[in-house]
Design a protein. Sequence first.
Lengths: 221, 664
Amino acid sequence: MTAATTHHGGNGMPPATIDVANFPSEALDYRSPIWWGNALLLCIETSMFMILISSYFYFRTNFQLWPPPKVDVFPPIYRPYPLLPLATVNLVVLLVSLVPMFIAQRACLEMNERKVQIAATIGVVLGLVSVVLRFKEFNSLIFRWDDNAYGSITWTILGVHLMHLMIMCVEDGLMTIYVWTKGLDDKHARDIRVTAVYWYWVVGIWVFLYWLVYWYPRMIQ
Amino acid sequence: MTADVTARRFGYDSALGRELNPIWQRKPGIIGWLASTNHKDIAIRYIVTAFIFFGLAGILAILMRTQLARAENGFIGPDLYNQLFTVHGTTMMFLFAVPIMEAFGLYLVPLMVGTRNVAFPRLNAFGYYVYLAGGLQLWVALLLNTGPDTGWFSYVTLAGPQFSPGKRVDIWANMVTTTEISALVAAVEIIVTAFKQRAVGMSLNRIPLFVWASVVTSFMVIFAMPAVMTASGFLPMDRMPHINTHFFNPAEGGDALLYQHIFWFFGHPEVYIIFIPATGFVSEIVTTFSGRPVFGYLPLVLSLIATGFIGFGLWVHHMFATPLPHMGQAFFTGSSMLIAIPSGIQVFCWIATLWGGRPRLRTPLLWVLGFITLFVLGGMTGVMLASVSIDLQVHDTFFVVAHFHYVLIGGSVFPLFGAFYYWFPKMTGRMLSETAGKWHFWLFFIGFNLTFFPMHLLGLHGMPRRVYTYIPETGWSGTNLLATIGAYVMGVSVLIFVINVIRSRKHGAIAGANPWQAPSLEWAIESPPARFNFAALPTVRGRYALWEALERNPIVVGLSTEKREVLCTTTLDAQPEHRYELSGDSILPFLLALVTGAFFVALVFTPWAVPVAAVLWIVVLAAWFWRGTEQPMELHKAEEYHRPRKPDEPQLALGSRKPAEVVQ
């Protein structure tokens, strides 16, 4: 391995260089490592929900009727379907929250600080409304978590998703407060764009879970 | 010496290195130590901790073997014996095997791809401290005589509230959740680092095989670990007073078999999560010590990926003794045999590489040869166990114990020791003693076969696993005594290893940059590497950078010397894309892990741990998020990525597919 010395870049000769000083200092999309980190986080979360959903269908096979009749009240409820109204309102709230989050992340591309502040605030407020509604929504399930396996899995699905709602509100809430107090910089523009992806995912998976918990039992009878 | 030229260019002796040094140093004192986010610091802590757990679990194994040395031995009672085999298995799987494989990934991947740190340094530090918290929880519990006692997979209904009152199983479940968090964190780090921070020119078809192995493993972690976290969430919920869910309670529509499905949906990929990085070690070691490019790079990579996929389709073969449909069993028999194909391809590629090269029989290669022998033996019994009829006969016997120790120790621990001898010089700057290494190898090899080969016979004779004693009339005493003697021989060999490490750390021969004449990028820099790894980032033109006149390649300059900056490259072709500032040292990951660890301890006793911990988490995370930019940055527009090349900018011709010529 001595051939190198005669070429440029060998002993004593300055090596050829690639100067990256003029390259952008941040990427706002899939080029950013944070975007990848978030995408992998979503893979983890999705696998976890897949296990929950599989368990839901697994328990289904142990029951004649799904949900099972509720017999510990008088008169017994033969078909205790989970109640639709509140859950549907909450679904609409979540779907609407996509709009401000979309506007906020687009505004990050233009570095439009005021637009980001306002849109993100509206988004976070809608998220918080959804969290409050979700706490009420548990009553729509009629069963308690400790009544039977049906109750356990539906409470868990709602509960785990609630956890994600709260995490996304805290995350975007903190970021929004930051942008209000310190202004919008490159890093937080990137972070808002990445957390918007997380937000879409939390809402998106709920569309399926909402169908699973509230409509699937009605459709199989 | 080329090695010195490259070491001078990339290391702390260069002008650029001296400029970079201050910003990459960690702060002095204990706080600075805890706050370090350097991937090498974190990975070495992982490795040391995991080896300590390996030693502790090994001591438990020796205690168990002592109890089984003769029939009706009174050394250890049934209750303690149950704790011993549970904690032994749990420690080896969750606290040793997975963490140490990922730790080598965390140490080596950034070096092998030619970057300065992992993608999310603070998260990485958090992962280590959380892992430590989980390990301490388990071992403190064992010392307080509340060690888990339901086996390393803690099947319900045995582990349910009815048959396992007390806190032992809750401790097990929370320990699992804690350590899986750390496994997931490490997996994300490895993938993002390997996909976004590779040296310019290191397209996907040029990355070292160990990096491929780490990436495939990490993807498996990402899709497998959530399953066990769900199981280890369901189980305490079923057990906890005031919660009392019915996931695994058949009386209320729950299902005990579901637990086995969820557990093994994680548990079988887990075996490959432990095995695939080991194949990465083997590929690197075989290449270096054969002194030639590896035979069949593409088949090797495809085998890794195939194993990664097929590994998810095998889990039911752990459940052949449960009432499952025959159709399903037949399917899983087929897939269990199928996975032998990619493993076979890999073995043939390694043998071909050795065949076509001039192998130098140093200690690392010795371990690899031991691996090939034992892994093939373990693979044979694996194919036997894939058959339902044989499996039913030997289910829960010592035959199974023999099988999985052959594949896990033979398939993973042997390459791991080889890797340790191979990379120890890089980590510490000193060589391990070859003589002690050979003693270590031969005693371990002999001890291993003495311990585990007789277990095949014991299993075929019907000796069940997890039973603390047996009666003399069974005629198992002699074989068991042999196995016990083997265990002691292994113990002595590990002792030699420990002494070798401690001695060589101070008195070993100085290693220099590239003691093995290896081809990958980590050997281009000093041993141990500077805190920033590479002063000027290297570029590569082929798979074997140091065998292809690395010093002729251009270097990357222009990254900041004021902050910790790396270069991000495109995922497929590794063309330069943008600069990326890494976060600096911080005590917050340690604090967050402290809260998390305390949470999982408290959760054993009360569900009220959840809201309390949630508040603490938000406080710490708010501090974590509240990081401004360290200095104002120029605003940029999205179009900047697509700007035309300036006339004086260097042309990047490094992505060319022309096969590089190997300089020997």
